[in-house]
Design a protein around this ligand. Structure first.
Ligand SMILES: NC(=O)c1ccc[n+]([C@@H]2O[C@H](COP(=O)([O-])OP(=O)(O)OC[C@H]3O[C@@H](n4cnc5c(N)ncnc54)[C@H](O)[C@@H]3O)[C@@H](O)[C@H]2O)c1
Length: 261
């Protein structure tokens, strides 16, 4: 294989969780642009349908399975629907993630902690658990989890990203364990760790004051001096999903404008 063919995803099926908005939407479109059909999940069916339309505009097939991926039944239904529709899953993006309430750790409600852990970390486990048997049978597959620089750094947002960062660190650990365990079975597992991408997250209710504080805290520590545009994540997604990364597993790929350099 040579040239651009190493990035070709023709004939592949990608499953993207939380594909209705932000980075998940970028992953879906990137997969379709490089030839994959896409199963896309989101807790918001309306957003998932919008993304499905973008996938179809790329000439690929899209299947929407709305549901909350922190729940076992929803994940099993999603994977069953993917198999009914496309017969297999080659690429899995564990992308669902939400921020915790923006309060100091000692004021964080236990319910908020549990909700964030379930949405970010438990969902990753549930999706891997449901999709790995399919990949094991075909002895191939690529799993990509969306972690965050908060998974290994606290410096920029120490007061706000505590629980969120803990889940993102957990995702990195889970990714590494799965990568080592399944390497001999032809399955690669990697993480993308974005810095701040300007996705205007749907579940993150920032007051103007919060936004200003975040801006003031983070922009000065980014060597590139700006947040990323959502589409700037697509290159890593295609690289990790495709044969271009055939000898790459167990790694974290940071996209943060040099902030953690
Ligand atoms: N945007 C950033 O700067 C940034 C930085 C680092 C990491 N991340 C991570 O990237 C991922 C996507 O973030 P984003 O900024 O695109 O968010 P976003 O808010 O733009 O989109 C998230 C999507 O997830 C869906 N969703 C929420 N809970 C869900 C659930 N339980 N099941 C299914 N879908 C659910 C929402 O409806 C929404 O469509 C998250 O894991 C986030 O932690 C984002």
């Amino acid at each position: 294989m040579d040239g651009r063919a190493i990035f070709d995803l023709s004939g592949k099926v990608a499953l993207v969780t939380a594909g209705g908005h932000g980075l998940g939407r970028e992953y879906c479109v990137a997969m379709a642009q490089f030839g994959a059909d896409v199963v896309l999940n989101d807790i918001r069916e309306d957003l998932a349908r919008e993304t499905a339309e973008l996938v179809r505009q790329c000439g690929r097939r899209a299947c929407v399975v709305a549901g909350d991926v922190s729940l076992l039944d929803a994940v099993n239904t999603m994977v069953r629907r993917a198999l009914e529709e496309f017969g297999t899953i080659d690429i899995l993006f564990c992308n669902a993630g939400i921020m915790n309430d923006l309060v100091p750790l000692h004021e964080l409600a236990v319910e908020s902690w549990n909700h964030v852990v379930a949405t970010n970390l438990t969902s990753t486990f549930l999706c891997m658990r449901a999709v790995l048997p399919i990949m094991l049978k075909k002895r191939s597959g690529s799993i990509i989890v969306t972690s965050s620089v908060s998974g290994f750094r606290a410096i920029a947002t120490p007061e706000v990203a505590h629980c969120y960062g803990a889940t993102k660190a957990g995702m990195i650990s889970l990714m590494k364990h799965a990568a080592v365990a399944y390497a001999k079975h032809g399955i690669r597992v990697n993480a993308i760790a974005p810095g701040l991408h300007d996705t205007k997250p749907v579940g993150w209710k920032l007051t103007e004051e919060d936004a200003r504080r975040l801006n003031d805290a983070i922009i000065p520590i980014i060597p590139m001096g700006r947040f990323a545009q959502p589409c700037e994540i697509k290159g890593l997604a295609v690289f990790l999903a495709s044969e271009a990364s055939s000898y790459v597993t167990g790694q974290v790929f940071v996209s943060d404008g040099g902030a953690s350099a």
